[in-house]
Design a protein around this ligand. Structure first.
Ligand code: AHR
Length: 495
């Protein structure tokens, strides 16, 4: 019998809605054929796919990162503004394609406006110059009578876009990146970019480029950039074809957060920095399969992956004191919850936990006590195709749990991922004090087996079900059985 203890007074921090953020990159069919398809009967007059927008609305995405990713390290944003027919077609080196520049800054800003989403831009610190980065801030946010602000007006956008969040390059540590740098060189260069960007608009917030939180890069960059940044990023993808390696792999995310947080706190303490530096986990997902034969990245997600996504979200909620932004990579096609064709779309398995958490997570994260059966991975299971070994982080509890409540203390939600592929887990849920529950609803993401997939022809093999249960009235203890391979959100309305 598993046990979960919840105390409404034991707050871990405020959950920032930006943890439900997304990311769209010029990669595969994410932009062209994904969010943007001019002339399609499924698109509006601006070329935005209406069916995709509806699915994105379901995710309540609060913030969208653009334009990359690896793509940004070769991207010159000024190629993507002005009359479309005059925009240059450029050879694109990150993903070996051709960038037509039909979708640029003004199209992205319009997409964000229509969806009510906050834009988050990442600047090119690979082949780009600091002058280009500074000019981009001016183009987006400038209010004076200056060249780039006037060019924005000339392009039909009188009002500034007021882009608040700016990333200082993407994965500049990686040899796969155009213009990759040593951590010391990155710090030097990023400070110069930061200076001119902030001088152009002092209200912007900067995101320093982090690796996985526990590397030499992270130590040097956090130490060197701490006075300049508001957020430090983490990029980490995990996953495995083996179910247990897959669903336990987000343990690495937990380690990445804890390591970064420790480095951040040490830098703030030794350098006497008053303002907080938060973590922007600005690329995350389950990603382990190979590219398809035509070299497109088109991930197909299973129920096991959906459960792992739930564990990632639980991880961000558990660390809501410091993780104030997270961006699922990516939003459409590629490695994403929405999969399109020219005729329509289907929702991948991972769409359902993302939607459920965005709908049901409350403002305050609570410190829960969980006692559940544990599992140790076999040597074979410890390995993921990313070469990351995380068995030392185990043994792993089969139930992964978070709890959140609203400010007023009237709604309590429990998010429980049962990673056991075979067995249901009967659980006692103990509340710190006698509580009157007036409504009790269970939302469950599940499917026939951990390998189940959705597709164009079978769209709801894995889906979310809602069940209204009998409200127990005044209680201190509840019982609930979490089915095998399920993700359940219990929503309790309190008197
Ligand atoms: O999201 C796909 C790629 O993964 C991004 O372009 C890059 O930043 C990361 O390595």
């Amino acid at each position: 019998m598993a046990k979960i203890h919840v105390d409404m007074a034991r707050s871990l921090g405020t959950v920032d809605r930006k943890i439900f953020g997304g990311f769209v990159e010029h990669l595969g069919r994410c932009i062209y054929g994904g969010i943007y398809e001019e002339g399609s009967p499924l698109s509006d007059e601006q070329g935005f796919r209406k069916d995709v927008m509806e699915a994105v609305r379901g995710l309540q995405t609060p913030i969208l990162r653009w334009p990359g990713g690896n793509f940004v390290s070769g991207y010159h944003w000024a190629d993507g503004i002005g009359p479309v027919e005059k925009r240059p077609r450029q050879l694109e080196l990150a993903w070996h394609s051709v960038e037509s520049n039909r979708f640029g800054t003004d199209e992205f800003m319009e997409y964000c406006r229509v969806l009510g989403v906050e834009p988050y831009l990442c600047v090119n610190m690979g082949s780009g110059t600091m002058d280009e980065a500074r000019a981009w801030v001016e183009y987006c946010n400038g209010t004076g009578d200056t060249y780039w602000a006037n060019l924005r007006r000339q392009n039909g956008h009188e009002e500034p876009y007021n882009v608040k969040y700016w990333g200082l390059g993407n994965e500049m540590y990686g040899a796969w990146q155009i213009g990759h740098l040593s951590p010391e060189d990155y710090v030097k260069k990023a400070i110069e970019f930061a200076k001119v960007m902030k001088w152009t608009d002092p209200s912007i917030q900067l995101v320093g480029c982090g690796e996985q939180g526990w590397n030499a890069w992270d130590r040097v960059v956090i130490e060197g950039l701490a006075p300049w940044i508001d957020y430090y990023s983490i990029h980490l993808y995990t996953g495995s074809a083996n179910h247990y390696s897959n669903v336990f792999s987000p343990a690495l995310a937990e380690l990445a957060i804890k390591s970064s947080q420790a480095l951040i706190e040490a830098a703030r303490f030794t350098q006497k920095i008053e303002q907080p530096i938060y973590i922007a986990y600005d690329e995350w997902n389950i990603w382990y399969r190979q590219q398809t034969a035509d070299s497109r990245l088109e991930e197909q997600y299973t129920l096991s992956d959906a459960l792992a996504i739930g564990v990632y979200l639980n991880t961000f909620i558990r660390h809501s004191d410091v993780v104030k932004m997270a961006n699922l990579a990516q939003l459409v096609n590629v490695i994403a919850p929405i999969f399109t064709s020219p005729e329509g779309l289907f929702l991948q398995t991972i769409y359902h936990p993302l939607r459920l958490y965005a709908e049901q997570t409350q403002e305050i994260a609570l410190d829960v006590y969980v006692d559940s059966e544990q599992m140790t991975l076999t040597a074979e299971q410890q390995r993921s195709p990313w070469g990351q070994q995380f068995a030392d982080l185990g043994p792993f509890k089969l139930l992964d749990v978070t709890a959140t409540r609203d400010e007023a203390g009237k709604v309590l939600t429990l998010a429980v991922v049962n990673r056991d592929s075979e067995r249901a887990h009967e659980t006692t849920i103990k509340l710190a004090e006698e509580t009157t529950i007036t409504e009790f609803t269970a939302y469950e993401v599940n499917g026939p087996e951990v390998g189940s997939l959705n597709s164009f022809t079978e769209q709801t093999v894995v889906a979310a079900q809602e069940r209204i249960l009998e409200a127990p009235g005044s209680v201190r203890t509840l019982s609930y059985t979490f089915p095998a391979h399920s993700l359940t959100v219990l929503r309790l309305q309190l008197a």
